[in-house]
Ligand binder design. Structure first.
Ligand code: RB5
Length: 153
């Protein structure tokens, strides 16, 4: 299950990515926003990041105008590794090296074709583990120290 959310700046990309997920038969939950009215991205980023942090969903995809605000919000949450990507290489690295569990895209940066390509690349890529796991373990150790959370992943 993938949870998605956007503000007004990312709404059109969210709709394009939902279409991709439908085509691929991937179940998703749309956590809003539903229309183009101006909203605050933290209110929507929080919805997806909480689910990923709790392990209620495996992955999330967030959209705002630049992707910057959503990535800042999402990365406040323990166990979240949110990656703002602007090209397919970054989308692939986000999975292969960082095992990103939230992908973040900017609706004023990318067109719908680019967004679909990046989501497909991220979904199809495989986390390499190995030397990268030690680095993710260090991030988890920081979370544990700062937030007093348990470890996961
Ligand atoms: C909204 O105007 C815009 O600030 C938001 O979509 C996002 O780009 C913030 O990072």
């Amino acid at each position: 299950m993938i949870a998605l959310a956007s503000d007004h700046g990312g709404l059109l990309l969210k709709e394009a990515v939902k279409e991709l997920l439908r085509e691929r038969g991937i179940p998703f939950e749309d956590c809003g926003t539903e229309n183009g009215d101006s909203v605050d991205y933290p209110d929507y980023g929080e919805k997806v990041a909480r689910k990923v942090a709790a392990g209620a969903v495996e992955k999330g995809i967030l959209f705002c105008g630049t992707g910057i605000g959503m990535s800042i919000v999402a990365n406040k949450f323990p166990h979240v590794r949110a990656a703002l990507v602007t090209d397919p290489f970054m989308a692939r690295m986000a999975k292969e090296h960082n095992n990103a569990n939230i992908l973040v895209l900017g609706g004023r940066v990318l067109d719908e074709h680019q967004a679909r390509e990046m989501v497909a690349t991220w979904l199809d890529a495989t986390y390499e583990g190995g030397r990268h796991q030690g680095r993710l373990d260090k991030i988890a150790a920081l979370e544990k120290e700062i937030y007093k959370t348990g470890t996961r992943d």
